[in-house]
Design a protein around this ligand. Structure first.
Ligand SMILES: Cc1cc2nc3c(=O)[nH]c(=O)nc-3n(C[C@H](O)[C@H](O)[C@H](O)COP(=O)(O)O)c2cc1C
Length: 325
């Protein structure tokens, strides 16, 4: 996710040992093919066989509308050390779409085919090329034709975000078409979109029968969800899953940020706030208002620890109060 799943976040997620796979933020190919150095700069994991230091495989995602420039960029990414390439046909951002990239390509299945095929043909067969797509621009039907073109072009798998571009991130999600495509597909289909709880996951699983799932925002809003889903899929046997320990998780993430940016970099604290803003908006993290204005990391962590500790220790008190009445 652009602005979120950067190298420190990928390293952090690798340490949680729940995801089997991660994808970089999209890297945009515009007027010229991207040279090797851009990938080396943006994706430090390329120096370690495209895995985080915490052993999570990292796939490079590229975005653009010109088949040749996309193909040469993908080739350069592989020369830089990439072991898998993903093509973004999902981004709904107006600046991206105006410049012929992301979800705008979905309006023309022939272009979806040509871009995917050009990237596929440019790379050695040992390098998987996958696609991330939305259902369509303003209707859901284009995904059927686009999924066929993506398979015909030789993609190794297809991840489908169950919304149209015009929906942005608004409800509803349409998981059913993902199931229909999965049923007839010759490649693995990865289901994505609005899996916020284990119940959502079961519903999505029921409607899609997919073997593979991608989750984005909910991994931050509810950090236990990846553990719960991994367990459901038989990927992990950490039972019982302990309650979310926000200070511990945020300190761990901060340590990974410090490894990348150096000590006391303002970006590191900002990223903690960004995470908690997502947890407050989409999850049940209650303390964001008390934390967002703090500008010192130590102060931030102390306040966070106090607030979280107070919250935990106040629960038994409430029970005592209730038992008095
Ligand atoms: C801030 C933000 C940035 C995103 N950036 C990307 C991106 O770079 N590449 C991509 O394929 N999807 C991107 N997405 C879409 C997510 O990967 C995902 O498809 C979407 O959030 C729905 O899944 P979720 O409900 O599990 O979050 C982004 C989403 C958000 C909210």
């Amino acid at each position: 996710m652009d602005g979120i799943t950067d190298a420190p976040m990928r390293a952090f997620q690798g340490a949680q040992n729940t995801f089997t796979h991660s994808v970089t933020e999209f890297i945009r190919v515009s007027n010229h093919p991207l040279p090797t150095r851009v990938f080396i700069r943006d994706v430090p994991e390329l120096a370690t066989r495209a895995k985080t230091t915490t052993d999570l495989p990292v796939q490079i995602q590229i975005l653009g509308g010109d088949p040749d420039r996309m193909a040469i960029s993908a080739l350069n990414a592989v020369a830089a050390g990439a072991t898998a390439i993903d093509i973004n046909f999902g981004c709904p951002a107006p600046t991206v779409n105006r410049n012929d990239g992301g979800a705008s390509i979905l309006r023309c299945p022939q272009r979806v085919y040509e871009i995917t095929k050009a990237v596929r043909e440019a790379l050695p067969a040992s390098i998987p090329v996958s696609v991330k797509a939305r259902l369509g621009w303003d209707t859901i039907e284009p995904i059927y034709e686009n999924a066929e073109q993506i398979q015909r072009a030789g993609a190794s798998w297809l991840t489908i975000h169950a919304r149209t571009k015009t929906q942005g991130y608004n409800p509803p999600v349409y998981w059913k078409p993902i199931g229909e495509i999965r049923r007839d597909a010759s490649i693995p289909i990865v289901a994505n979109g609005d899996i916020w709880t284990v119940e959502d996951f079961y519903l999505c699983q029921e409607q899609t029968r997919c073997s593979h799932y991608m989750i984005g925002r909910s991994a931050l809003a509810n950090p236990n969800l990846p553990h719960q889903i991994a367990q459901t899929l038989g990927l992990q046997t950490l039972t019982p899953i302990p309650p979310v320990d926000w200070p511990k998780l945020l300190q761990e993430f901060h340590d990974h940020s410090t490894n990348f940016h150096g000590p006391n970099h303002p970006k590191s604290l900002n990223r903690l706030k960004q995470w908690l803003a997502i947890a407050a908006r989409f999850g049940d993290f209650p303390h964001f208002a008390n934390l967002k204005k703090i500008s010192d990391h130590q102060d931030f962590m102390t306040t966070l620890t106090t607030l979280c500790h107070f919250q935990t220790s106040s629960n038994p008190l409430k029970l005592v109060e209730i038992s008095h009445h």
